[in-house]
Design a protein around this ligand. Sequence first.
Ligand code: F2R
Ligand code: MG
Ligand code: MG
Length: 365
Amino acid sequence: MSSSVANLVNKFRGCLAGGLIGDCLGSPFEADNPISRSVLYNFLTKQLEESAKMFQMFPFTDDTAMTKSMAQSFIELKRFDAKDMAKRFSVEYFKDPKRGYGGNVVDVFAALRHTHYEYPYEPARLQFNGSGSYGNGGAMRTSPVALFGFHLSDAELIELATNCAKITHSNRNGYNGAILQCLAIREALQTQSSPTDHSFDVNVYLNSLIEKMQKVETTICTETDNNDSHNKSNGVPETPFTDKLNKIKKIFESQTKVNELSGEKVAYILGNDVSALKSVPSAIYSVLRGQTPIEAFQSTNPFVRTLYFALSLGGDTDTIASMACSIAGALYGNDLIPNPLRKHCEDIDLLIKYSEDLYDLVPNK
Ligand code: F2R
Ligand code: MG
Ligand code: MG
């Protein structure tokens, strides 16, 4: 895998900074469904002001807490170690539990601690009577996998993303959501962006993701997939993420259709909840929607438009905005992210440091 992308370090920074910004600025609206247009407009306009009189710092939530643990594990060990990652998730949760974690994943952290991290995949396998979690918790924290695994082949990256997600999310739709989010970031990192023209080929981007997810979703489930039977119809594996990507492709075939669809309508079509299936495709849609002007929020900056559109979906706003902005940050790079946005976010300097540490680990630069 070639790593000769111009300004790659700037894209690495943009990815982790973007994820943090989406999380911090999305969390005040989490579960607002639908979200008030005027409240959102005023909120984002205020956060973009250079000299806001009343400066407000927004804390990160579980999305970033878990992203930080993943980054720390890769940076310190320089390899993937499931036990180490599991321990970091659990230790971080018990140190700072009030970060808005998912309702059931906290049981995984408790069981991991109880068993001294000896069997890092076992607690997640037992969730939901053995069907595993399909929540978006595996996907929301996957950006360090795309950065650490930037140089890997698709097959190696997919395996790494799966193994990282399965520590908490053993349902096929839980870890396949993490795979899609990881591939969406890596594809964005590999896309050459110009300092003046930020547009990229939506069709090429989507076709690549569709082809890869089709392969992922039609691969025969292994014995460790405890929910195999839930994902086959007449012996044919279901391909829900590929189907959603194809839906997105169909929408983007007509610019008029794209312009007509409000956040609320897109949330109805693609979803906006805490499941990976109803949030990862919505995040990807938001990035693509950010390519062209949005009437309800005028901005020439595609990163800002992505953030606005992701928030306008309502529902799981911190997570959808975090996933969308980590892809957008990987696509456009850190320099395109307006400074006032980053100033509002807890730990921005630390996330930038982690992105640079992960960049240092990319071989053959
Ligand atoms: N939890 C939240 N938001 C709730 C409100 C937080 C509030 N602000 C506060 O501070 O109190 N947000 C975070 O959770 C999402 C990620 O969740 P994760 O890590 O996937 O957790 P979990 O528990 O595994 O799954 C979430 C829920 O999905 C349902 N579910 C999952 N698998 C299921 C299955 N097989 N069968 C039935 N239901 C399943 C359950 O309701 C889980 O509780 C992010 O939004 C993050 O920001
Ligand atoms: Mg959260
Ligand atoms: Mg959330």
